[in-house]
Design a protein around this ligand. Structure first.
Ligand SMILES: Cc1cc2nc3c(=O)[nH]c(=O)nc-3n(C[C@H](O)[C@H](O)[C@H](O)COP(=O)(O)OP(=O)(O)OC[C@H]3O[C@@H](n4cnc5c(N)ncnc54)[C@H](O)[C@@H]3O)c2cc1C
Length: 498
């Protein structure tokens, strides 16, 4: 097994897209299969040596940033093992270190679709499972969880388990039992909280009455086990796609447009009548975001104060009717339709997706350049609370004269507010405002993180959403899988809980 110990070899594994500073580790190990990973974990448990699992490092909350011990890199677990076509879709089996864009391309060339699509496609499949990654298409297709059928996981004690969806469930009282190959079993108790009723939620362990135990590992941020291999469900590739970046001169009109597009899309899906519009993505850019993007895209209309990126799947027979459906909806809500951008072929669609991708990239560059700790929200709230929440964000930030952008997955009531402090004073104020936002989200039934997870960056804020008892219950659950507390130390909750 490849092991690297030189500082210049380790360096690139000490950070991620959160810019959490101070990461350090004694070595990086690169297992090639479950057995090698299990051996590393068994020895680390014996020695009480922390292990941080590393994917591609695109995570935004410091989850893979190590503070001591060993880095277990999944880079050598990089095989797509098979892609199988079935009647309605198919399945893919791939190792944890497969790059998402490679999997998507391979699946696409078989005429199939793997829906999860976090904006940053350089991430690894294992990282996606560990964070239950979402993305723009989550509005129609849900998060990574909805596609995971089987996981091979190496546990801290050196056991390897294979969990198939539909085989192992929690008991009604929340007890779970997982048999191990040596005849023993792991027994644990699920935490007592219930999940918020939201379209998206990615903070803390997933729990539900009688849940499938595979779901516990999805979104567990490298704290319960190392994902080695994943089987995912695939869908048939849509025949065609219509996408657009549509601009508005009034944010109020933009919001009514989104509400109607969402309602009609949900209705189309519930009734399975493919007559009306059915967005698979509804993504928001506020006026400050457009200001940033104008640096690279001069053709953004000067009158625009907001924009929506949408995607709609089509068939050749229905493309025109759907295009007309979107155009009349845009007209009804006074969009700047003439100045908006539409794409019906792959190269143009890739350009619109790139436009969407540029914004988080620009934000990350900004934080790095100004050497400021990132203040970036990831909350989602229930449908009826969204417009009030957006107003609260804007009024609070404008009253403080802080620079900011708001963008993201508006179809799921989930936008990212990036506060951009220009100096340390503004940085401190930005963090205070972030706490105000979190308290408001908690008060209206929202979540700390809808998709990026808690990691190390946001763990102190989980207390706003969970009682001390809930945090202790999460830690007790982790100890059942990882008695020495070696895995993903400091992710989700502070080490003192272990
Ligand atoms: C520009 C940009 C845009 C983004 N947009 C989105 C978006 O739209 N939606 C979204 O959901 N995310 C988004 N992200 C966040 C990120 O891409 C996802 O969180 C992704 O799933 C992380 O995968 P990774 O391989 O990079 O994981 P890493 O960053 O390496 O690790 C993330 C966490 O998972 C753990 N982990 C990694 N691999 C494993 C494994 N095999 N077993 C167990 N634990 C593991 C790590 O320990 C860590 O806690 C974005 C990031 C960037 C930089």
């Amino acid at each position: 097994m490849l092991i690297q110990t030189q500082p210049d070899q380790i360096q690139s594994f000490l950070s991620d897209s959160s810019y959490v500073q101070g990461g350090h580790a004694e070595r990086v190990v690169f297992p090639k299969d479950a057995k090698e990973a299990a051996e590393v974990l068994e020895a680390a448990t014996r020695e009480h040596n922390p292990v941080t699992v590393s994917g591609a490092g695109t995570g935004t909350v410091g989850g893979r940033v190590p503070f001591g011990g060993i880095i277990l890199a999944t880079d050598k677990l990089d095989h797509i093992k098979r892609i199988v076509r079935e009647d309605a879709g198919g399945l893919a089996v791939a190792e944890a270190g497969v790059i998402l864009s490679d999997l998507q391309q391979a699946v696409n060339s078989e005429g199939l679709l793997y829906p999860p699509d976090p904006t940053e496609r350089g991430c690894f499949l294992g990282g996606n499972v560990a964070t239950n990654a979402s993305g723009s298409r989550t509005f129609k297709y849900g998060p990574t969880r909805n596609y995971v059928q089987r996981l091979t996981i190496a546990l801290a004690g050196g056991d390897v388990i294979d969990l198939h969806r539909g085989e192992l469930f929690a008991a009604a009282d929340g007890r779970i039992r997982i048999p191990l190959s040596n005849g023993r079993e792991i027994e644990a108790q699920l935490p007592s909280y219930s999940m918020p009723r939201l379209r998206k939620h990615a903070s803390g362990y997933f729990v539900a009455p009688g849940m499938d135990i595979i779901d516990l590992f999805i979104g567990s941020e490298g704290t319960l086990g190392v994902v080695i291999e994943v089987e995912v469900k695939l869908l048939p590739k849509p025949e065609g796609l219509l996408s657009g970046v549509v601009f508005f001169a009034s944010e109020e009109k933009l919001l009514t447009f989104v509400s109607e597009a969402r309602e009609r899309s949900l209705h189309s899906r519930q009734t399975s009548v493919a007559e009306d519009i059915d967005a698979r993505a509804l993504e928001f850019f506020d006026s400050q975001s457009l200001g940033f993007l104008r640096q690279r895209y001069e053709t953004i209309p000067s009158a625009a104060v907001g924009a929506i990126f949408f995607e709609q799947e089509t068939t050749p027979a229905r493309e025109e009717a759907l295009m007309n459906g979107w155009l009349s909806l845009l007209e009804e809500h006074d969009a700047l339709a003439e100045l908006s951008w539409f794409a019906t072929n792959e190269p143009d669609q890739a350009r619109l997706r790139e436009f969407r991708h540029q914004l988080p990239v620009l934000m990350n560059e900004w934080f790095a350049r100004h050497n400021q700790r990132k203040v970036s929200t990831d909350m989602s709230v229930p449908d009826k609370e969204f417009s009030g929440m957006l107003r609260f964000y804007e009024e609070t930030l404008q009253a403080d004269e802080l620079r900011y952008t708001i963008f993201g997955h508006i179809g799921d009531n989930h936008v990212h507010v990036n506060i951009l402090p220009r100096n340390d004073d503004e940085g401190a104020r930005a963090r205070e405002i972030y706490v105000q936002f979190l308290k408001r989200a908690a008060a209206v039934g929202g979540t700390l993180s809808a998709e990026h997870g808690v990691g190390k960056l946001k763990r102190e804020y989980l207390q706003i959403f969970h009682s001390e008892q809930h945090l202790r219950e999460m830690a007790a659950l982790k100890r059942a899988f990882d008695p020495a507390g070696i895995l993903g130390r400091g992710n989700i909750f502070a080490e003192e809980y272990l």
